[in-house]
Design a binder for this molecule. Structure first.
Ligand code: GUN
Ligand code: FE
Length: 461
C-alpha cells in the first residue's frame, strides 16, 4: 500500500493531484484500490479486508508525490557515450561522423556490456519504466541488451538495427537475407528469455529508409507480421534526408509511402521524429494506426525542425515522447517534457513551420506529462496497462521527492534540486515546480509492476 500524495493525467487536459492517497497493489503488481481521502492507514487495512491486514506500507514522507513511470518511446542505447557530441552537424553528417563509428564498436561484447548496463541504470534513475531501444546491428550485443533489461526489470522493446544499403563498409548488413536472419535471431532470443513479453519484447528495426533496400524493407514488414512484432523506424526528420529518400525511392508518393508499400505501418509501429509530414502522410499514418515518437531535444540539437505536435493531437494522431539519445543529449523524459513545451512555444511564437504566431500551438504542462506517460503507453502497446493509477492497471511508478537535504558539497548540506528552494502554493504548482526545475535527484524510487527497479542512495523503502 503506497500512502501519500499522487499525481497523474486523467486525460490530456486533466491533471489530478491527490494529497492524501493510498494505492493498493497486489503481488502481481496490479493496482487493486485507489483511495483519495485517507486519514490513517489502519482504516485502509480494515476497509479492504483480511488480505490487506499484513500488507507492507510504503509511505511518502515530506514533500513529494507518486507519479506514473515515464515511457521513452525512442532511444539508442549504444549511442549513450556520444551524448553531447554533435557540433554543427545535421542528421546525415552526424550519422557518419559520430554515430556509425560508435555503433560499429559494439561488436565488442564487453564494451556493449559496459554501455548497456550503464544506460539502463541511467534511464531507470530518471524514472523511465518502459523504453523502446534501438541497439546496433550486432546480434550478441542486441541480445545482451534484452537480457539486461529483463534482469533489471525495466520494460523494454529491443530492436536489432537493419541497414543493408548506403551504409559504410565497416558497419552494414552483408545482404538483405542476413539482415532478416539476424533480426529473426534477436526476436527468438527475446521471446525465449521472456515468453510472455511482460518485460522485454522484440521490435523489428529498419534503421530508416535510406539505410535499407526496398526488398529489405518489405522482408522486415513480412517478418514483423509473421512474428506479430512491433516495428520502429525514423521518418521525416530532416529536409536532406527527405530529399535522399525521394531520390532513392523515386516511384514512391512520399517518405510515408515507402514504409506503407513495405507493410511497415501498423498499429504496432513507432515512427520517430515525423517532423515534416504532409497532410496526406499524416492521414496515412492515422489510417494505419501507426504511432509517433516526438523527440524534441534531438530535433533542436540536430536542427531537424520543430514538430507541430498540437496539430498532430488535434488530428487524432497518437504521440509519445522520446529522448533519442544521442541525437538528444539527455536520457531524461522529464527533460523531454520541458523540451516539448519549449518547442511548442517556438511554434506558437511563429518559429520554423509557422507563418505567424499561433497561441494554440502551445502544449500545457499537463499535455506534455500526458505524452510522457499515457501517450507513451499507447505508443508502446501498453495503453490498458500503465500510465495512470487506476484499478486493474500495473503499478509502474516513481516516487518524486522534493526538498530533501543531501550532503552534496563537502562540509555543506544542500537541497537536492532547485525545486526545494522555491515555495509553491497549490498542489498543481508543486507538480509544475518539478516539471520545470526538477531532475533525477528528485526521483527517489522507481517501481515496475510493484517491484523496486531503482532506488537513490540512502532512500529506504
Ligand atoms: N536516422 C537514422 N539513424 C538515426 C539515428 O541514429 N538517430 C537519429 N536521430 N536519426 C536517425
Ligand atoms: Fe533516433
Amino acid at each position: 500500500i503506497y500512502i501519500g500524495s499522487f499525481a497523474h493525467c486523467i486525460s490530456l487536459n486533466e491533471l489530478e493531484v491527490c494529497e492524501r492517497g493510498a494505492i493498493g497493489v497486489d503481488e502481481e503488481g496490479v493496482i487493486r484500490f485507489v483511495e483519495r481521502n485517507v486519514s490513517n492507514e489502519e482504516d485502509i487495512k480494515l476497509n479492504f479486508g483480511e488480505e490487506w491486514k499484513d500488507a507492507k506500507v510504503v509511505r511518502l514522507e515530506g514533500k513529494g508525490f507518486f507519479f506514473p513511470g515515464f515511457i521513452d518511446t525512442h532511444t539508442h542505447a549504444p549511442q549513450h557515450p556520444n551524448s553531447g557530441l554533435f557540433g554543427k552537424t545535421t542528421l546525415l553528417d552526424w550519422l557518419t561522423t559520430y554515430t556509425f563509428p560508435l555503433e560499429a564498436s559494439l561488436s565488442s561484447l564487453p564494451k556493449a556490456h559496459r554501455i548497456y548496463t550503464n544506460f539502463v541504470s541511467r534511464t531507470l534513475s530518471h524514472g523511465t519504466t518502459t523504453c523502446a531501444y534501438y541497439a546496433t546491428r550486432h546480434v550478441p550485443a542486441t541480445n545482451l541488451l534484452s537480457s539486461i533489461c529483463l534482469a533489471r526489470g525495466q520494460r523494454a522493446l529491443v530492436g536489432r538495427v537493419c541497414m543493408d544499403s548506403l551504409s559504410p563498409p565497416y558497419y552494414r548488413d552483408a545482404s538483405t537475407a542476413s539482415a532478416v536472419a539476424d533480426s529473426r535471431a534477436c526476436i527468438e532470443h527475446t521471446r525465449r528469455i521472456d515468453p510472455s513479453g511482460t518485460i522485454v519484447r522484440p521490435i523489428v528495426t529498419p534503421r530508416f529508409a535510406p539505410s535499407c533496400t526496398a526488398p529489405c524493407l518489405a522482408a522486415l514488414g513480412a517478418l514483423a507480421h509473421e512474428t506479430s512484432s512491433f516495428i520502429q523506424t525514423h521518418i521525416s526528420e530532416n529536409h536532406n534526408e527527405i530529399a535522399l529518400v525521394k531520390s532513392l525511392f523515386p516511384h514512391s508518393k512520399s517518405y510515408t509511402d515507402v514504409y506503407d508499400t513495405a507493410n511497415l505501418l501498423t498499429p504496432q509501429t513507432i515512427l520517430a521524429h515525423a517532423i515534416h509530414l504532409s497532410q496526406d502522410e499524416r492521414d496515412t499514418i492515422r489510417a494505419r494506426g501507426a504511432k509517433i515518437s516526438h523527440c524534441p531535444a534531438s530535433n533542436t540539437a540536430l536542427t531537424s525542425g520543430c514538430c507541430r505536435v498540437r496539430e498532430y493531437l488535434d488530428q487524432g494522431l497518437t504521440v509519445g515522447l522520446g529522448t533519442d539519445v544521442s541525437g538528444g543529449c539527455s536520457p531524461s523524459i522529464l527533460e523531454q517534457v520541458r523540451q516539448a513545451i519549449w518547442t511548442s512555444r517556438f511554434v506558437a511564437m511563429g518559429g520554423p513551420g509557422a507563418d505567424q504566431p499561433d497561441e494554440k500551438a502551445k502544449l500545457s504542462t499537463c499535455e506534455a506529462l500526458y505524452l510522457a506517460t499515457r501517450g507513451g503507453a499507447e505508443v508502446v502497446g501498453l495503453a490498458d496497462k500503465v500510465g495512470v493509477f487506476e484499478v486493474g492497471r500495473e503499478f509502474d511508478a516513481q516516487m518524486v521527492r522534493l526538498g530533501v537535504e543531501v550532503p552534496e558539497v563537502e562540509g555543506e548540506s544542500v537541497q537536492d534540486s532547485p525545486v526545494s528552494l522555491f515555495s509553491f502554493e497549490s498542489r498543481e504548482e508543486m507538480v509544475e515546480k518539478w516539471v520545470y526545475s526538477g531532475d533525477d535527484r528528485n526521483c527517489a524510487v522507481v517501481w515496475v509492476r510493484g517491484r523496486v527497479v531503482h532506488k537513490r542512495k540512502g532512500v529506504v523503502v
